[in-house]
Design a protein. Structure first.
Length: 360
């Protein structure tokens, strides 16, 4: 054992029950090793309801792959909340920072805080980049990007990376937005299209009264905007209705393997007409509340004042898993009912299907 290791052990004993990292965090949060944090270096309003945050991560962070996402945590009203956001910057940035681009949504407290209230100099907790919504590293592709609203963020990371590396392939990008002024990164997308002729941008405006389509995606529209779509691999990100329509279209065309999808929310199965809710008892918290058969148990817990751990809120990360002690719940993604006591359930994608007791 080296002298440095022995000194570290002594310091660790003196800091018990905390770790030395807890004290260095008080001096400068980015020095912390027990919790990843990032400093807000700058903010930039992309549109009237979307803002880009430039974040400088601390020790232990790793460079992302274009298209990946990161979980970001904030504390609001004394409760710690975590949400997942796609990284919108290229991993080839040379300043050690990355960006997330956040759009405000009704009822989305964390997104509203990040897009409206956070200021440069603030510190946010972050986790390591994750996700496989990425272009292949070596295999040549002719991508078709289909995005809508803030679904453009992971694709923007890809486009910025391809442009920086001067490796833009033959690409078509169909993007949906209400109006031209609502296109996030609109000016930069036009510059990329001007500087890289192999990238063709096709914007569809759904509320300007001019475009041929007043809604997201039709098969005819796809034929018009990208006649060779059958020969391309597709990367799509946006609202659930758009992704569901794309999934059905590619299934009918016999090409489901060509479609790569990134979802912001869980896909929800149709609700049965006789679906019922019930009384939810949170044993550890000692609270009891009524729930309908639609609202997921994570929201039920939060509305009851319980700060349940959570991350993605769409059934991916399993951070919100809890033990169901009794009763029955319904997985909103499949409609399947779960009624085996002792089962670990995902609170963010399960709703009450009768009375239920949860260890929370």
């Amino acid at each position: 054992m080296t002298l440095l290791q022995r000194m570290a052990d002594v310091v660790g004993l003196m800091a018990t029950p905390l770790r030395p990292s807890h004290y260095t965090e008080l001096v400068y949060p980015l020095w912390s090793s027990h919790r990843l944090q990032a400093r807000v270096e700058g903010v930039w309003d992309e549109t009237r309801d979307a803002r880009t945050l430039t974040l400088r991560p601390g020790r232990g962070f790793r460079v992302h792959r274009a298209g990946q996402h990161v979980r970001v945590g904030v504390t609001l009203d004394g409760r710690r909340m975590t949400r997942t956001y796609s990284i919108s910057s290229s991993p080839d940035r040379d300043d050690g920072c990355f960006t997330i681009t956040v759009k405000t949504c009704e009822g989305a407290r964390v997104s509203r805080f990040l897009a409206r209230d956070v200021r440069p100099g603030a510190f946010l907790s972050v986790e390591l980049p994750q996700g496989d919504f990425c272009l292949p590293d070596s295999t040549p592709v002719r991508p078709l990007f289909i995005t809508a609203g803030s679904g453009i963020t992971p694709v923007m990371s890809m486009l910025r990376t391809l442009a920086l590396r001067d490796r833009m392939p033959d690409s078509v990008h169909i993007h949906y937005a209400p109006r031209a002024r609502d296109v996030i990164f609109g000016g930069e997308l036009e510059r990329i299209a001007a500087e890289h002729p192999r990238y063709r941008l096709r914007c569809v405006y759904t509320r300007d009264g001019v475009s041929r389509s007043a809604s997201y995606f039709t098969a005819q529209q796809l034929e018009e905007l990208c006649p060779d779509w059958r020969e391309r691999d597709v990367w799509a990100c946006g609202p659930q209705d758009l992704l569901d329509a794309l999934g059905a279209h590619f299934e009918r065309a016999g090409r489901p393997e060509r479609l790569h999808v990134e979802r912001f929310t869980a896909r929800v199965a149709p609700l049965s007409a006789n679906a019922i809710g019930g009384t939810v008892h949170f044993r550890r918290s000692g609270l009891e509340t009524r729930a309908d058969g639609k609202k997921v148990l994570l929201r039920v817990a939060e509305d009851a004042g319980i700060g349940a751990p959570h991350g993605c809120r769409m059934g991916v990360c399993h951070t919100c898993d809890a033990t169901m002690l009794a009763g029955c719940v319904r997985d909103i993604r499949s409609g399947r009912e779960i009624n085996e006591p002792g089962t670990r359930i995902q609170l963010c994608v399960c709703a009450a299907a009768g009375d239920v007791e949860i260890e929370l």
